[in-house]
Design a protein around this ligand. Structure first.
Ligand code: SF4
Length: 263
């Protein structure tokens, strides 16, 4: 585990925690463990940091079972038991709900994700976990920004630290500085069992996202820093040079009449 790559990922997560105030003394942090490479990496990095961090925090993982027969959690549970990590599986029968309520034109995986998110938030609130850690990485942040720009006409991305709409949960995304290729390698180092959805809808999760991924890979050949630059742009918003009104600028701490630079 002393591998250079692992240390690099851990350092980037530590920097994100510091930059965005993601974890504080006494926090109870619940990692949403889907069984994919990103959430495994997140869980083990947070566990590593827990031993070294200047603040004390509690850590556990939860897996929302989608209800598909192919979602095999035995290996995942064994590994967590071996490593002494507190873990719960919640059976949500989500696929029954998806099958019964899916309206034409709705992507089943988007619908499924919303349902899973709801179950996760309720569980965290009921059990007193004040922070929910999600495994979104740098590529997810950048792809989401592009998708909103191209398909929704909005400059909107994801926040590393967010209060949920109903105010019950704080969502943190400590992998914000970690590229997807790094989580792939980190999960390989961990030798954890990667669990797929095992569901008939598998592969329908994001044709647009795959397109954005391919587009970024293409641009990266000519602009190697494109992903980190796009990520940085989310922290250097110059409202005055967008369509914000003077009032909106003032609310966000910008002077509409002066050149203003953030970050
Ligand atoms: S493949 Fe899609 S619908 Fe099926 S469990 Fe996974 S996210 Fe849900």
């Amino acid at each position: 585990m002393k591998d250079f790559h692992w240390k690099r990922v851990t350092r980037l997560v530590g920097k994100a925690i510091g930059d965005f105030g993601l974890i504080e003394e006494g926090d109870r942090v619940l990692v949403a463990l889907s069984g994919g490479k990103d959430s495994w990496t997140l869980l083990y990095v947070l566990r590593d940091l827990q031993r070294k961090a200047p603040v004390a925090y509690e850590l556990a993982a939860v897996t929302i079972h989608p209800g598909s027969e192919g979602f095999c959690v035995a290996g995942l549970c064994d590994r967590l038991r071996q490593d002494g990590i507190t873990h719960r599986i919640i059976d949500g029968n989500i696929l029954d709900v998806v099958n019964e309520n899916l309206s034409p034109g709705t992507n089943p995986c988007s619908f499924c994700s919303r349902l899973r998110r709801g179950i996760l938030y309720s569980f965290a609130a009921a059990e007193g976990w004040n922070k929910i850690a999600l495994g979104h990485h740098l590529d997810d942040f950048v792809e989401t920004l592009l998708l909103n720009l191209f398909f929704n006409g909005a400059i909107k991305g994801m926040s590393p630290h967010l209060l949920s709409d109903d105010g019950r949960n704080r969502i943190i995304r400590p992998l914000v500085y970690v590229k997807e290729e790094m989580t792939r390698r980190a999960a390989g180092l961990l030798r954890v069992p990667i669990v797929g959805c095992g569901c008939t809808y598998q592969g329908m999760s994001g044709t647009r996202r795959s397109w954005a991924k391919a587009l970024l890979a293409q641009i990266e050949q000519e602009v190697p820093d494109v992903k980190t630059n796009l990520l940085a742009s989310m922290g250097r918003v110059q409202l005055r040079h967008l369509f914000a009104t003077a009032n909106e600028c003032a609310e966000n701490g910008h002077d509409a009449h002066k050149e203003h630079r953030l970050g």
